[in-house]
Design a binder for this molecule. Structure first.
Ligand code: BDR
Ligand code: CA
Length: 318
């Protein structure tokens, strides 16, 4: 079990990722930071603390991170996708546990120093906190073992613009810095997260659970499914964030995941927020690209939904 820091914007699929990481045999969640994205950073932290309390894990420190993006102010997030409260209107029991006094970038830097060479970072919101942490501690890429990011769209359309995915497109300047830093990155883009869906049968399984956290997730998914019905034509959802979490702990087999150069478009034109991945070697089996340090997950080797539900339901053994 290796130490893991989660940076998130909780968020319905962020809630699934959190529940997954609490249950995954390979993960030791040592801290959570929040960033504005689906909701404001402070509300994301409150949601995260409530979820942790529901799971009996309010020992895990939660830090509030950046409220505004590098080039613009936070503008209210994605209530049409995640609900005004970020968790699909579900009223979670409110915990009295407060966020820690450190900011999320400070928490990340401290955990990286304390677990030098060992800390895994999973980022499932805009990359504003990670960029701020790089400025606080320029040696961060040496201290962190690896970074897994849910974000981007390599060969498929974006979701907040024709080319930009939300986590990258909300703060392209931050994403550009984070992807250029010399750490080992795994990018989990829409190419793969839109191909693995959670269906109504999975939601019913969670709703029927004896675990309060599972039931809350099942309720939230009702809201999320209504948004995705407009995308897929039936009540179901993509599993963006939990898939990134599972890939970070090495729990999912990958079929196509080349290590290639990736750049983020941070210009003001129609390409803003695009992740430009150099996939030109695809007909040759992706020959090595010297200096590339970003693995782009394009295809899984297995189904993900059953694994996710088993994990959340505590059915995975160590
Ligand atoms: C990403 O954006 C957020 O809405 C989700 O939580 C996920 O991290 C998908 O584009
Ligand atoms: Ca998210």
């Amino acid at each position: 079990r290796r130490p893991l820091y989660l940076d998130c914007d909780t968020g319905i699929d962020d809630s699934l990722a959190l529940a997954y990481l609490l249950a995954a045999p390979g993960a030791d969640l040592v801290g959570v930071g929040t960033v504005s994205g689906n909701v404001a950073a402070a509300l994301g932290a409150a949601n995260t603390l409530d979820l942790l309390a529901l799971a009996g894990r309010d020992d895990i420190p939660v830090a509030v991170g950046e409220h505004d993006f590098q080039a613009r102010e936070f503008d209210g997030g994605a209530p049409h996708v995640h609900g005004a409260n970020g968790v699909g209107g579900v009223e979670l029991p409110r915990t009295t546990t407060a966020p820690v006094a450190e900011s999320a970038p400070e928490l990340l830097v401290r955990l990286a120093r304390e677990n030098a060479g060992d800390l895994r970072v999973v980022a499932i919101g805009p990359l504003t906190n990670l960029a701020a942490a790089l400025r606080l501690e320029p040696r961060l890429p040496e201290l962190v073992a690896e970074v897994t990011i849910m974000g981007g769209a390599a060969l498929v359309p974006g979701n907040i613009s024709p080319v930009a995915e939300a986590n990258i497109g909300n703060d392209p300047e931050a994403a550009r810095e984070v992807l250029a830093a010399p750490w080992s990155i795994t990018l989990v883009p829409l190419d793969v997260t839109m191909e693995h869906l959670l269906e109504e049968s999975h939601r019913q399984e969670l709703l029927a659970s004896e675990r309060p956290l599972s039931r809350a997730l099942g309720e939230m998914l009702g809201y999320y499914y209504r948004f995705y019905e407009g995308v897929f034509g039936r009540p179901c959802s993509a599993m963006h964030d939990p898939l990134a979490a599972a890939i970070a702990v090495g729990a999912v087999g990958l079929r196509t995941a080349p290590v290639v150069h990736v750049e983020v478009d941070a210009t003001q034109g129609p390409g803003r927020g695009q992740t430009i991945c150099d996939l030109r070697g695809r007909h040759l089996g992706y020959p090595e690209q010297p200096g590339a340090h970003c693995r782009v997950v394009l295809e899984l080797a297995e189904d993900f939904a059953p694994h996710l539900v088993d994990a959340i339901e505590g059915r995975l053994s160590a």
